[in-house]
Design a protein around this ligand. Structure first.
Ligand SMILES: Cc1ncc(COP(=O)(O)O)c(C=O)c1O
Length: 409
């Protein structure tokens, strides 16, 4: 057996074991990560890859960011979990800092992104009942076609993706979906029983779809006029990814409710949050909502560090500057295998000429060249590297992409 054969065996065995025992709800690329640092992942065979997915933006600050891991280590040696049955010293400072970052006054801490979305929906319904005065059972929430907000029953109830929905009914009622980017459709969908409009400012899983410039300002104005909450899901788009703290900032839009997750946990722990003013979050009273792990001391210590890093603005600046480079380099490939390019900051959706292969096939080829990306919806690839990526690394990744496209032609 050659050295190469032996190496292949380590990866193959790891994948075979996972295939047998891990539920098949994902179809990962054949790369088995063993360690990572900054923007680089090393696999079980010692091969290195430039990570251009950043765990769907959960690793915005880079793998094992030293500031974040220092906070995690210190907290691991102090206190990790008491539940919300008692106070813990890290939760107040975390919520105060996050509320300040958002320009709001209250935070509801949760864990996964889907939980933040579910919690936001519950808060909106409760606000509708208690504040707006919508009669019981009548509340509706307007969402956008091709949304992605997570995987719970209620969230997939308003998905337009058959793979997310089929076989999972019966569904939760009370949602209406209208085309993304169409303010007139939004206007028509809102009625007296509408308690909220829930939007991703830029649709991530749909392929990094940026709406027309007047869309989010129009959504903001409509929600204000019609007394409905504007809930913005910044779980993937937020926390510096697009060059601002929130994607909404590109259009100067301030929602009533921010939904945050992914990078809030620093790529270390699941940490999500609903952030709003007390007129909104104040509708929750003891016993009406909760989570055993939500806002635990470890997550709160990490979250406080993440918020402090965001308050400095350097990651937003990196995303803006390096994002311009990423988009410039990818734009050079339009007509050379790329048929469309979208996105903002260090976030790009790239549609590949379907004649060259599926997004999955191109991702596999890119992985063999040392670049990890993720396909979405057939022939779209997304590039969302950790924000610590450097300019030469962006050049190298886009060079590899150009080579793969040339080879596939
Ligand atoms: C916009 C958006 N909302 C919610 C979620 C769900 O987050 P989680 O996977 O942590 O439940 C995601 C995940 O990709 C997302 O992109």
């Amino acid at each position: 057996m050659t050295l190469l054969d032996a190496r292949e065996t380590v990866t193959d065995e790891a994948i075979a074991l996972a295939e047998r025992h891990v539920a098949h709800n994902y179809s990962p690329l054949p790369v088995v990560a063993a360690s990572a640092e900054g923007a680089w992942i090393t696999d079980v065979d010692g091969r290195r890859y430039l990570d251009c997915l950043a765990a769907y933006s959960a690793v915005n600050f880079g793998h094992r960011n030293p500031e974040i891991t220092a906070a995690a280590h210190a907290q691991l040696d102090t206190l990790t979990l008491v539940s919300r049955a008692f106070h813990a010293d890290k939760l107040g400072p975390f919520c105060a800092a996050l509320a300040r970052l958002c320009g709001k006054d209250m935070v509801l801490p949760m864990n996964s992104g889907a939980e933040a979305v579910e919690s936001g929906l519950k808060v909106a319904r409760k606000w509708g009942a208690d504040v707006k005065g919508v009669p019981p059972g009548r509340a509706n929430i307007v969402v956008a076609d091709n949304n992605f907000h997570g995987r719970t029953i209620s969230i997939v109830s308003f998905s337009s993706d058959p793979a997310a929905r089929d076989g999972f009914g019966p569904f939760t009622p009370g949602f209406r979906s209208v085309p993304f980017g169409d303010a007139a459709a939004l206007d028509r969908a809102i009625d007296d029983d509408t308690v909220a409009v829930l939007l991703e400012p830029i649709q991530g899983e749909a392929g990094i779809v940026v709406p027309p410039d007047d869309y989010l300002p129009a959504a903001r104005a409509l929600c204000t006029q019609r007394n409905a909450l504007l809930i913005v899901d910044e779980i993937q788009s937020g926390l510096a990814r697009t060059g601002y703290t929130f994607a909404c900032d590109h259009w100067g839009v301030v929602p009533d409710v921010y939904l945050l997750g992914k990078a809030l946990g620093g790529g270390v722990v699941p940490l999500s949050a609903v952030v709003a003013d007390s007129e909104v979050l104040g509708v929750l009273h003891p016993g009406e909502h909760g989570s055993t792990f939500g806002g635990n001391p470890l997550a709160a210590a990490i979250g406080t560090t993440v918020v402090a890093m965001l308050a400095r603005g350097e990651f937003q600046a990196r995303a803006a500057e390096l994002g311009a480079q990423l988009h410039r380099r990818l734009a050079e490939l339009v007509g050379a295998g790329v048929v469309a390019l979208r996105g903002l900051g260090l976030w790009a959706g790239v549609d590949i000429d379907p004649a060259l292969g599926t997004g999955k096939e191109i991702s596999r080829r890119l992985a063999t060249r040392g670049v990890l990306v993720k396909d979405t919806h057939g022939s779209t690839l997304r590039f969302a590297p950790p924000l610590v990526i450097t300019a030469p690394e962006i050049d190298w990744a886009t060079d590899q992409f150009a080579r793969v496209l040339r080879e596939a032609a």
